[in-house]
Design a protein around this ligand. Structure first.
Ligand code: MG
Length: 373
């Protein structure tokens, strides 16, 4: 029989949240639920969640879909919580895991159990990709050879009886350790390492909780009418016709604004800048684009890149692309290398091919600029 102990009694002070970070939502589920489902899917017989008294009711509610899981009040330190859970655990093998590592795979859990069966213990670790040094008072005192340096993750698995002995001795001597690998190494034997996963990150700081990037798509068409110039991305281009519009008819800006707004889940430009509103008659669309960028920032996003495709039989746009890119990059606050503008004809097909109008498609990627509220 195998038991898992999930450490969820931390305060998460480094993240600066008012609630326990394992209760925060990430990817549509509370952080704790991801570990619960991984251990549950791996077929672990018992899951003990060590939690703080003030979180107990919320954690109990999250355990409902997992019949093998139960909550238990933790102690003042991680070590006290694990010690208490160990005494209550029924399994011969025990895996201890930080609930703030929600991305562990089922394979990692199976590898951990296999390591315990083969070697008596299994500590998940990654080889250090940076040089690790030991320091005191701001000075490096020792530089271990990089191939001997590892970054330790969880889960960490042991035979329960041996880990209990180690914790009992640590308690008698009043020593504390950051995790099970330390206490086991000190009192029992050097624990066996097995390969961790880069994705098995620990959520520590507020920025670790950033929501995912968002993609957006927008399209717009304007018909040619009277006039002697068109405006695209704020560049005025002489032509035999203008574009019919309530605003300046900057069809490229309009497609781009809709891509940005829809990526952030906001209403489209027709909602924000209605063409029935006199304030927007002849409006400078680049000015509107800058307003959209502010709306995005309020929603917690900024553009990462933009990719635009302009379909027009005429006029020729190639001489103006560089200035158009410069204008868009400036308004979006990104580098010009993050703005792509392709200009093509429609091979004389359809309304574009007949020279009746211009259509623009735009895609954007938004990146989160602050943690989800
Ligand atoms: Mg338009």
């Amino acid at each position: 029989m195998t038991s898992a102990i999930l450490c969820a009694a931390g305060r998460g002070t480094r993240a600066g949240f008012s609630e326990n970070k394992v209760l925060r939502e990430l990817g549509g589920l509370p952080v704790l639920s991801w570990s619960l489902s991984a251990f549950s899917a791996a077929g672990v017989d018992e899951i003990i969640v060590a939690c703080r008294e003030e979180d107990e009711a919320r954690i109990q509610a999250l355990l409902a879909p997992y019949p093998a899981a139960r909550a238990m009040r933790g102690g003042k330190t991680r070590g006290e919580s694990v010690f208490a859970a160990l005494k209550a655990a029924k399994g011969e093998i025990v895996l201890v895991h930080d609930a703030a590592r929600p991305f562990l795979s089922q394979k990692l859990i199976c590898d951990c159990i296999a390591s315990v069966k083969a070697f008596g213990s299994g500590v998940c670790a990654l080889p250090a990709s940076d040089t690790v040094v030991l320091a005191a008072e701001g000075n490096v005192i020792s530089v271990p050879a990089r191939e001997t340096a590892f970054l330790v993750q969880t889960p960490q698995g042991f035979y329960k009886d041996k880990l209990l002995v180690a914790y009992e001795k640590a308690r008698e001597e009043g020593l504390s350790f950051t995790d099970e690998s330390g206490v086991y190494a000190h009192y029992i034997a050097p624990p066996r390492l097995f390969a961790g996963e880069r994705g098995n990150r620990k959520l520590t700081y507020a920025e670790d909780f950033l929501p995912a990037e968002r993609v957006g798509f927008g399209a717009d068409t304007h018909a040619f009418g009277e006039g002697d110039r068109i405006v695209l991305a704020g560049v005025s281009i002489p032509h035999t016709h203008g574009l019919i519009a309530h605003s300046d008819g900057d069809v490229l800006c309009h497609a781009l604004m809709d891509a940005l707004l829809s990526a952030a889940g906001l209403s489209d430009i027709g909602h924000h800048f209605p063409d029935t509103d006199e304030r927007f008659r002849g409006a400078d669309s680049m000015e509107l684009l800058r307003k959209v960028v502010v709306m995005l920032a309020r929603a917690g996003y900024a553009a990462k890149n933009a990719s635009v495709s302009v379909l027009a039989e005429k006029p020729r746009l190639a001489p103006h692309i560089a200035k158009m890119k410069e204008n868009l990059a400036g308004a979006l606050g990104i580098g010009q290398d993050a703005v792509g503008i392709a200009a093509g004809t429609n091979e004389r097909l359809g309304y574009v091919g007949e020279g009746k109008g211009i259509t623009v498609y735009a895609t954007v990627l938004l990146m989160p600029v602050r943690p989800a509220q």
